[in-house]
Design a protein around this ligand. Structure first.
Ligand code: DX5
Ligand code: ZN
Length: 218
């Protein structure tokens, strides 16, 4: 695995042909699975049973992004299913550090996500508690939105801080990532890129993954 990761989001896939859709992204690093509860975000996708079937079928490990209320209640279950990483939202969590510890204890990488307007400075002193931090580059809830460049200073501040303390945390971006925007995010310090429409909207998803990977290359 290189130091750049491309994680296609199955939110942009054909849900009733999931097995075939997963087979089209075998060159990805992880498959990004967007769980939405219609409360934390105004959209609904699927829950643990569906994610368990995706886990059993996917050629690549699962990167689960929980856009749900009460992550303390639900997130450990996704780690128990065998997801490689489980990311919950800082805005929804009451005990983010305790939850991250629990996820790691189960064996998953622990991730925390922030919406575009949520500050990240509070995470600086607890960086080591997380394996990845997801900076949303759109308002969570829907695929196909435009990348928000005003989130880049926040990403850069996180990247600078991580470098200054020698942290190995992965910095992930999600929303509007395409060939035209990925370099900007990479230059601001991202190393893990979620892309929904840019991958599943392409005729050849594996070729789209390769193109994104080369544009993100430093
Ligand atoms: C948005 C989701 C994203 C979404 C990205 O709330 O978290 O993962 O699928 O889709 P694109 O790449 O189309 O913006
Ligand atoms: Zn996502």
């Amino acid at each position: 695995m290189s130091d750049i990761r491309i994680n296609p989001s199955i939110l942009a896939a054909d849900f009733v042909n999931m097995q075939a859709e997963l087979a089209r992204i075998a060159s990805a690093d992880f498959v990004h699975v967007d769980v939405m509860d219609n409360h934390f975000v105004p959209n609904l996708t699927f829950g643990p049973q569906m994610v368990e079937r995706i886990q059993a079928t996917s050629p690549v490990p699962l990167d689960v992004h929980l856009m749900i209320d009460e992550p303390e209640r639900w997130a450990p279950g996704y780690a128990e299913i065998g997801a490689a990483s489980v990311t919950f939202h800082l805005e929804a969590s009451t005990e983010p550090v305790a939850l991250a510890r629990r996820l790691r204890q189960i064996g998953a990488r622990a991730g925390v996500a922030v919406k575009p307007d949520t500050p990240v400075e509070g995470l600086f002193e607890v960086l080591d508690e997380f394996d990845q931090i997801l900076v949303m580059t759109v308002e969570p809830g829907f695929g196909g939105q435009s990348f928000r460049p005003e989130t880049m200073p926040k990403l850069r501040a996180l990247a600078d801080h991580a470098r200054s303390v020698g942290s190995r945390v992965w910095l992930q971006v999600d929303g509007g990532i395409a060939e035209s925007t990925i370099a900007q995010a990479a230059e601001s310090g991202a190393d893990t890129f979620v892309a929904g429409s840019a991958v599943f909207g392409a005729d050849e998803p594996d070729a789209a993954i390769a193109a994104l990977r080369s544009r993100a290359g430093h």
